[in-house]
Design a protein around this ligand. Structure first.
Ligand SMILES: Nc1ncnc2c1ncn2[C@@H]1O[C@H](COP(=O)(O)OP(=O)(O)O)[C@@H](O)[C@H]1O
Ligand SMILES: [Mg+2]
Length: 235
């Protein structure tokens, strides 16, 4: 078993073929330790979403190895990928992806029902401070509230890994900061390993680890020796 919780080894991912081939990941190596709050930083098209989708078992590598807690995710078959996505990984996306005709509570319950060891939906909503909005439909909630429901939905699975792809991309400045603070506090309180994708380098100082990616290659992977609380970061 590897000492590293998450490990990418020469991971490549290409789309298309021949002249039209795009190398979204061109040999990616990095490691992350358990419980870290990580920011994956890179400009648009750098390969961030591709990397997160590979780690989350939503897509498969062209070549290379991905390990999570001593298991080789990149060697998983279809069935193992389903189990892995269902039980180990929570996802948060830019556009919330809530089901419009279900209440906040029902949106969270759906995820909880899929899992072996869920956190009760009401408790998950409480963790994101939304108990009072449990019976509201998504359209009755602000963007920030909808994203908090989406975070509660991910948390209800009690995931070991929380992957967030531009979670504040659709939110205003203040709301975005509040969501980042929530994600950070939850990570520390629960010991969940969190990876946040962003193209906003201003927020990187809040992370335990900052990984920079460009043109499908890791530019740097550093532990942050000077962590700055998100409340103190301005941009
Ligand atoms: N399904 C796909 N088919 C073809 N090209 C893709 C696909 N997904 C991503 N790409 C390409 O791979 C590169 C990396 O994309 P992506 O990982 O989405 O970048 P980022 O999330 O950093 O903006 C881009 O050039 C993108 O156009
Ligand atoms: Mg992306």
């Amino acid at each position: 078993m590897s000492a590293n919780y998450i490990k990418f080894q020469d991971v490549k991912k290409s789309y298309g073929s021949g002249n039209a081939q795009i190398n979204a990941l061109a040999g990616v190596d990095f490691e992350i330790e358990k419980g870290e709050f990580c920011i994956l930083l890179g400009s648009s098209g750098a390969g961030k979403t591709t990397l997160l989708n590979m780690l989350g078992g939503m897509d498969t590598v062209t070549s290379g190895h991905i390990e999570f807690d001593g298991r080789e995710v990149s060697a998983f078959g279809k069935k193992e990928l389903i189990e892995y996505r269902r039980h180990d990984v929570g996802f948060v996306f830019q556009f919330y992806n809530l089901i419009p005709n279900l209440t906040a509570l029902e949106n969270v319950e759906i995820a909880a029902q899929l899992c072996k060891n869920p956190i009760p939906a009401a408790e998950a909503l409480d963790m994101v401070g939304l108990s009072e909005r449990a019976n509201n439909f998504p359209a009755q909630l602000s963007g920030g509230e909808q994203q908090r429901v989406a975070i509660a939905r991910a948390l209800a699975k009690n995931p070991r890994l929380l992957l967030c792809d531009e979670p504040t991309g659709a939110l205003d400045y203040v709301t975005g900061k509040a969501v980042l603070k929530l994600l950070y506090d939850l990570s520390k309180k629960r010991g969940t390993t969190v990876i946040i994708i962003t193209h906003n380098q201003a927020i990187a100082p809040m992370a335990d680890r900052i990984i920079k990616i460009k043109s499908g290659k890791i530019l740097s992977n550093e532990l942050n020796s000077n962590i700055t609380p998100i409340d103190e970061i301005e941009w």
